[in-house]
Design a protein around this ligand. Structure first.
Ligand code: 5GP
Length: 181
């Protein structure tokens, strides 16, 4: 596995290996299976970053479910701008359904803090959040339902496993952390 990665002008170093990721995602899938088997939940993947995590998580879950993708956040460069576009692409009826929101990373939590009430308004039977990564030191909304977290990581910019830096790096099977800065 490559130890470093480059995206545009920035250098990154390996932080979470592909194997570590697969083991953890498999565990999360099993935990979800315990909770949601027979309940036909809806996995709502947040585009673009969560496409890879959603695919692996749903496979690890392995039970009957629905999968949909929505788009919410605008994020430029390596700093969260806090600017959020409105929710695009939700066509499923969530009323009385068990919803699992699948996110790539919760940083400040602003995106999820904004999204959750919009989803709650549709009166789902339950709503949980599965995030692949969490930066606890950056979190501004500790009340978020962070039931399923892949890895807690330091407050440093990362790419790979679906996460990008200005459009680059999503294809990497591992997570790479920005060197320096
Ligand atoms: P929040 O609203 O929680 O501050 O930020 C959530 C969004 O910011 C994520 O969905 C992701 O798009 C972006 N983000 C936050 N931290 C990182 C990071 O370290 N790397 C990348 N690639 N995106 C990040």
């Amino acid at each position: 596995m490559r130890q470093t990665a480059q995206a545009h002008d920035l250098q990154f170093e390996l932080y979470l290996s592909e194997t570590a990721i697969q083991v953890r995602v498999s565990d999360l899938g099993k935990a979800l299976q315990q909770r949601y088997a027979q309940q036909h939940p809806i996995f709502l993947g947040i585009l673009n970053g969560a496409f890879m995590f959603t695919a692996d998580l749903v496979r690890a879950f392995g039970e009957e479910c629905e999968v949909a993708f929505i788009k919410v956040a605008s994020y430029e460069g390596t700093q969260s701008t806090g600017e959020i576009k409105t929710l695009i692409g939700l066509t499923n009826d969530l009323q009385n359904r068990h919803v699992i929101v699948v996110e790539d990373i919760v940083d400040t939590g602003n995106t999820m803090a904004r999204l959750m009430p919009e989803l709650q308004a549709q009166q789902p039977a339950s709503i949980a959040l599965a995030t692949f990564l969490l930066k606890p030191d950056a979190l501004l909304h500790p009340y978020l339902p962070l039931d399923y977290v892949g890895f807690e990581i330091p407050n440093k910019f990362v790419i790979g496993y679906g996460l990008d830096y200005n459009g680059s790096g999503r294809q990497l099977a591992a997570i790479y952390q920005l060197i320096g800065h």
